[in-house]
Ligand binder design. Sequence first.
Ligand code: PHE
Ligand code: ZN
Length: 869
Amino acid sequence: MSLSRGDGFVHLADYRAPAWRVLHAGLVFELDPAATTVESVLSLEPDPARPGQPVTLDGEGLELLAIELDGRALGGDGYAYDGHQLTILDPGRACELRTRVRIHPDANTRLEGLYQSGRLLLTQCEAQGFRRITFMADRPDVMPRWRITLRAARDAFPVLLANGNPVSSRGLGDGRHEAVWENPHPTPAYLFAIAAGELGRVTKTLRTAEGREVELNVWAEPGDVERCRYALGAVDRSLRWDERRFGRGYDLDVFNVVAAQDFTMGAMENKGLNIFNARYILADEATATDADFLAIESVVAHEYLHNWSGNRVTLRDWFQLSLKEGLTVFRDTEFSSDLHSRALKRIEVVRLLRGRQFAEDAGALAHPVRPDRYKEISNFYTLTIYEKGAEIIRVLHTLVGEDTFRAGMDRYFADNDGKAATLEDFLAAHAAASGRDLAQFARWYAQAGTPELAIRADFDAASGDYTLTIDQHTPATPGQPEKQPLLIPLRFALYDADGGEITTPPEADAVVREGMAELTAARHVLRWRGLRGRPLPAFNHGFAAPVKLQVDYSVDELARLARLERDAFNRWDLLQRLATDALLGAAHAEAATQTLSDVLADLLEDTSADPAFVAECLALPDFDTLAEQVDEVDVEALVGRREELLDRLAEDQVERLQSRYEALADVAAGGLDGPEMSARALRNACLSWLTRLDPQAALAEAQFAAANTMTARLAALRCLLHFQAPGAEAALAAFQQQFRHDPLVTDKWIALVATRPHPEALADVEALMASNWWKATNPNRVRALLGSFARSNPLGFHRRDGAGYRLVATQVASLDAINPQVAARLLGAFESWRRWTAPHRGPAREALAALEGKLGSPDGRDLLERLLG
Ligand code: PHE
Ligand code: ZN
């Protein structure tokens, strides 16, 4: 992949297979935090179809100590190294290249390549970090087999881990020791990993369905080992689930997982050696919330499931990123849905889509799920690639059904095992298994923007003819002014006056079956004849199509639907719609509010409903979701209206809230079973509404004092801080003190402080930045303080005086020099700035403009350019 066009972009259309392949990589590390040397022996083989090409290897900022080709030292005329790329004149035959380089893990704050976290040495190589360790064709379609030798001082680095299976270990006599690992599966460099240091583990051995004995280990710094048990269980459950649901087994003798306090992303699926952000591993009831436990299980599953969707079948190039990420999010979501409540999982995902992915798809950073060009691939680890990518797979699943989908997956894995694949390979397997032409479906990958479906209903009382006219439209996005119609499976139902479902299929200019229309054109018409009365339609059950719907309902119709819909997700969705109408639908806002309140009253009284589901219904659409639905975002007005509505609803429900809060106390007291977590979810939702009504009441203070789970304690602390209740200061001080040695729990209170819904939160954020709590090199801490502030504190970030924007932009500039990926993500908080009202737009533009010339990294520059462009 070269910058052949000289425009600064890498283009999908410029892809060329590598002229040289690396068949085997043998690496020897002499590990030391200050100066590590890496000796590498690469077996290189030319592509016979492309003779005469030089060998070009990536190597970023390496100190080259020695270089030999087939045992002969290369002189200055035999190679060239410019700090980015090593070029060797065409050797004309298969050969062996030996190099030795020196690198400096303790100075590596970007946390890419080999770096130090606490006293551990760790790697992070996706997407292009391996080239910071040693020379390699650092592209996913080059897949050597690996032999990795680690040497280090035994006292400081007693545990030495790498990809694959352990081969041998021995003492070296001088206080140093050595471990050798072999990864027999062809594996691209982005999946390379090592971890070294003083690590303890929890472990378990099992036999796979194919009869392989596998040792599962979860490693952490010695003091944290007990908090790894839940994650170990999650690995076990993931392995079994992939066997059952996808027929995929594990393929090495060990599966290692390591927790690190300093990690830029969530976790990484390195072959046989996953490396995790500690926040997605460490948990017990005293330090982790229920949400943390569920997130840990799902991230553990995500990384484990990559072993097939990503590792065994990898990517041809980075444009295919969603081929592994969208697919693996789909798989981990199915895992969570199979193990827990499918409806609750769907609600969680849809909230994320509507609040964040839709905004991304409508903002300055919008891009297709398969982009056709990029400047910096790190900027494409986005909600669009991950979450929208997963939704597209779900659309396919909806279209073909579970059995055919599974057949398509089997075929995809069989045809591409050990290879570097493309989306076309994926689609070809599914086309073959389903007998469908997926050409139009493929547009989902090429077109950015969230499709909108406008549905108009007409009823002719005389004839009983009822028509639904469905118009499809995808708005323009940067670089894509025109859009073509997508293949959208639209679920629908019609109810008659008695609430019975009308099952007669419509006449239609689209394929319609069992309550689903396959939309393919800009407009479709569905027609029913001779109906006895005007039916009530419902659409997009389970949010099967990731689209925005425009359907005009009267409040009465919405109220009827709320009673008719039995499916939990659809009921929740209707309540979201009612709340949105109450907040944004000026004409019948009051009627919508009343209906919403009535439905919530019923729900709160319904003790047979899952309390966690009721809690989800109490949670109104968040600020981001609302902001996404208006043309111009007036931050204060939107937040203000939302708060008013919450006040009003809470007043209506006060007795019910109190009685549920009390009745659930016993079940909520502890334990991680479904009903226990559910009880806490509803109890904490009630607590929040009750504290809103009366911050002086000591309810939150009492819950804080009596809590024996982090879930209860943190929810109480949030109420105290966010409603500025009397006990807030004391509770915060006690919490800080109690958990001051635990960085993950410290991040929790910091995020609460940063999200206090008040413009004055800015001063608290500044105070924290000036304190010892601030750690600019730790991504979790940066996200807890600045990420939460910029993304989840609209009143603070969008202060009229622009101080919120300036604070974030200034920090982006200094973080860019420390960890460009962390800085670039933070900068993403400005993605929707052009839709903010003028008083915000001006200061936002100024804050961004002030960054020009101040960002040294390609990541930051690329993002800034797109934001301002
Ligand atoms: N591939 C990782 C995942 O999705 C995410 C990641 C990307 C981690 C880049 C580190 C760097 O699971
Ligand atoms: Zn992933």
